[in-house]
Design a protein around this ligand. Structure first.
Ligand code: MN
Length: 245
């Protein structure tokens, strides 16, 4: 029985290794654990790189505990037999869209979407900040009137989101727009919307640094950390017919 299980696990592991294109090294200890289908995404900068706006301490918990927690939970859920149909998928975006709105798959959705939202958020921030290009400025003016109005609209969405959630800059029908989502909800599952930038407004994103002052955190992030190169790359991909990531 034991050796049969080992063989099955080994076969599954090999299949997953091939399916994800991940390299692997043969070795007994690797077959003792369930395969990690979704890797823990690498933070695109050091944990202290966003200081003083977001402290290394916040990043240590936010990336090190919360983001990792979603990855671990998703992988352990996918190891359950009842989730075998979803474990066969190896693309996070495909999985998110597939399980969105399904009552029986709410744990999978929440954890998968939170993995994706957090990776998108880390990329939406740039140490030292950035400025929108002339082309992006034009899109901003076209949609909001001017940059100050865009900032006010994004800050308003981020501060008025009741409870946990996200504020987003998105592309919809060729035009920039702002929206907010609750909990793990993401524009990825909204037809016609392409996310360009996001701000995490869950309390874990700011409480250690700003306590209850969400508006102060949001204002600092908008003024000092937005990654306009990332937004523009997403915009250009969307305009060319693709989705970001
Ligand atoms: Mn978060």
């Amino acid at each position: 029985m034991q050796s049969e299980e080992l063989t099955l696990n080994r076969r599954k592991f090999l299949a997953l290794g091939l399916a994800t294109g991940a390299g692997f090294i043969l070795g007994a200890p690797r077959f003792a654990k369930a395969a990690q289908i979704y890797p823990y995404p690498v933070l695109p900068y050091a944990e202290n790189a966003l200081e003083p706006v977001i402290s290394a301490k916040t990043m240590g918990f936010h990336y090190g505990k919360h983001h990792k927690g979603y990855v671990d939970k998703l992988n352990s859920e996918l190891a359950k037999p009842e989730n075998a149909q979803y474990a066969a998928m190896t693309n996070l975006e495909t999985l998110i869209v597939k399980v969105a709105g399904k009552k029986k798959a709410v744990i999978l959705f929440n954890n998968a979407a939170q993995i994706w939202n957090h990776s998108f958020y880390w990329n939406s921030l740039k140490p030292g900040g950035s400025q929108p290009s002339a082309a992006m400025q034009q899109k901003i003016t076209e949609a909001f009137g001017d940059y100050a109005k865009f900032k006010a609209a994004l800050a308003d969405a981020a501060t008025s989101q009741f409870g946990s959630g996200w504020a987003w800059l998105v592309l919809n029908r060729g035009k920039l727009a702002i929206l907010r989502t609750s909990n793990a909800d993401t524009p990825l599952t909204m037809k016609g919307y392409t996310p360009l930038l996001t701000i995490d407004v869950w309390e874990h994103a700011y409480y250690l640094d700003y306590q209850n002052k969400r508006a102060a955190y949001v204002a600092e992030v908008i003024d000092k950390l937005l990654n306009w190169e990332f937004a523009e790359a997403n915009l250009n991909k969307a305009l060319a017919g693709g989705k970001p990531h």
